[in-house]
Design a protein around this ligand. Structure first.
Ligand code: PLP
Length: 395
C-alpha cells in the first residue's frame, strides 16, 4: 500500500489482504496451537528467530498478528503486541521499561485504579517505586523526576474527570530527565489522539474498550518502536498472556469501524455535555469539548480533528446521595463499569473506580460530590439527551 493513506482506509485495508492462495475476505479463525516445522522454518529458528515463522501459539499466531498490523498502522507505531487484557499489556510494558523488576515510576494521579493497584499491590513488593504527580502540574512532575523516575506514565484523557494531558510538554519533561513517557490511550483511541506523534515512547490500550468496541472482547495492546516491541513480545512469550485467536478475530473486525464508532460517540458526548450544562440539577460538567472547560484550549491543541472524546462526567446538585437514584431512572444508558462500546454506559466513580477516596482526595483527582461518569455509545444524540434530561427532571 502507498502511504500516506487516511485513517479510515487503513482501518479497512491495513494488514492481511486476500490473495489467490488465501482468498477469504474475512480471514479464517486459525485455532491451531502448533505449526508444522519444515526446513524453511528450521533455518530461521536455528538462527534464533522464533518470531517470524509460525511455531507455537503462545509465541505468536495469525489472528493476533492480523490485528496487530492494523493497530500499528492506526496508531502510527512500528509494531503492536497484543495481550489478553489491558492490565496484562500495562504489566508487560512496565516490565519492558524495568526488566530487572525495580525502578521508579512517575505516575499521574489521574490514572485508572487498576494501574495504581497493579503497582501498589503486586509490583512495589518486587522493587517498583511510585511518585504520584498531578498531570496538570509541571512542577509536580519535575519533583517526581527529581526523585529519579525512569518512566512517566499518564492517560491522555483520564478517568473520571476527563483531564487532558499536555503530551508534548510531558514528553519534553520526561526526556530532559532521561526518562521515557508511556501513555494509556484507552479513552482517546487513535481516532482522537496518537500519542507517539506527540513524543510518547510507548502507548498502551485496554482494547476491551473502543478498539474492540462491542463489550464482548477482553484485550490489551502495547505499541512503540520495533526494538521496544521485540522486547515486549519476548516478555509475552515468557509470561504467556497472548490474545486468543477468536478474540483477535473479533478485534480485527471491529477496527474497520473504529473511526465511525468513535466519531459517533464523540458527537453524542458533545451533545450530552451541552445539554447537561444547561440544567439546574447539574452543578458541573467535565468535557474538554465545552468552550468553558479548563482543558478546552489544551484539548484543541493535542486532540485530533475537532473530536474531544466519548467520555464525560457531571456532578449532581443532589450530591452523592442522589447518584444511585439518578442512574436507576435512566431508560437507555446502562449502569455498567466500562466504556467504548456501542451502548452508553454510566458509572458512579465514588462507588466504583474511586471507592474509598475521601472527598478531599476526590477533589485532588478532579471531581466533586455527586459525580456520574458517562461513556457515550453510538445511539442518536437526541435520544441520549432525552434519556438524561428525563432522569434529571424526574428526580
Ligand atoms: N486502562 C484504562 C484507562 C482502563 O479504563 C482499563 C479498564 O477499565 C484498563 C486500562 C484495564 O483494561 P482491561 O480491563 O482490559 O484489563
Amino acid at each position: 500500500m502507498t502511504p500516506p493513506l487516511h485513517f479510515s482506509t487503513l482501518a479497512v485495508h491495513a494488514g492481511r489482504r486476500p490473495t489467490p492462495e488465501d482468498p477469504d475476505l474475512s480471514p479464517p479463525i486459525r485455532r491451531a496451537t502448533t505449526f508444522l516445522q519444515h526446513p524453511a522454518v528450521h533455518e530461521l529458528t536455528d538462527a534464533g528467530d522464533w518470531e517470524t515463522p509460525l511455531v507455537y501459539s503462545r509465541y505468536g499466531a495469525p489472528n493476533a498478528a492480523d490485528a496487530e498490523e492494523v493497530l500499528a498502522a492506526l496508531e502510527g507505531a512500528e509494531r503492536a503486541v497484543l495481550f489478553a487484557s489491558g492490565m496484562a499489556a500495562i504489566h508487560a510494558m512496565l516490565m519492558h521499561v524495568f526488566p530487572d523488576g525495580r525502578g521508579r515510576i512517575a505516575l499521574a494521579r489521574q490514572i485508572y485504579g487498576g494501574t495504581t493497584a497493579l503497582l501498589s499491590k503486586a509490583l512495589t513488593s518486587l522493587g517498583f517505586e511510585v511518585s504520584l504527580f498531578d498531570v496538570r502540574d509541571t512542577a509536580d512532575l519535575t519533583a517526581a523526576l527529581d526523585e529519579g523516575a525512569g518512566l512517566v506514565h499518564v492517560e491522555g484523557i483520564s478517568n473520571p474527570a476527563v483531564a487532558v494531558a499536555d503530551l508534548p510538554r510531558l514528553a519534553d519533561q520526561a526526556h530532559r530527565a532521561g526518562a521515557l513517557l508511556s501513555v494509556d490511550s484507552t479513552f482517546a483511541t487513535p481516532v482522537v489522539q496518537r500519542p507517539l506523534e506527540h513524543g510518547a515512547d510507548l502507548v498502551v490500550h485496554s482494547a476491551t474498550k473502543a478498539l474492540a468496541g462491542h463489550s464482548d472482547v477482553t484485550a490489551g495492546v502495547v505499541l512503540g518502536s520495533a526494538a521496544r516491541m521485540e522486547s515486549v513480545a519476548g516478555y509475552r512469550k515468557l509470561t504467556g498472556a497472548i490474545l486468543d485467536p477468536a478474540a483477535a478475530w473479533l478485534l480485527r473486525r471491529s477496527l474497520s469501524t473504529l473511526g465511525l464508532r468513535v466519531a459517533a460517540q464523540c458527537r453524542a458526548a458533545s451533545a450530552l455535555a451541552q445539554a447537561l450544562k444547561e440544567r439546574a440539577e447539574v452543578t458541573r460538567v467535565h468535557y474538554p469539548g465545552l468552550a468553558d472547560d479548563p482543558g478546552h484550549g489544551l484539548a484543541s491543541r493535542v486532540l485530533e480533528g475537532g473530536l474531544y472524546g466519548s467520555m464525560l462526567a457531571f456532578e449532581l446538585a443532589a450530591g452523592d446521595e442522589g447518584t444511585r437514584a439518578f442512574v436507576s431512572r435512566l431508560q437507555l444508558a446502562v449502569d455498567a463499569p466500562s466504556l467504548g462500546g456501542v451502548e452508553t454506559l454510566v458509572s458512579i466513580p465514588h462507588l466504583m473506580s474511586h471507592t474509598g477516596l475521601s472527598e478531599a482526595e476526590r477533589l485532588g483527582v478532579g471531581f466533586g460530590p455527586g459525580c456520574i461518569r458517562v461513556a457515550c455509545g453510538i445511539e442518536h444524540p437526541e435520544d441520549l439527551v432525552a434519556d438524561f434530561v428525563g432522569a434529571l427532571g424526574a428526580g
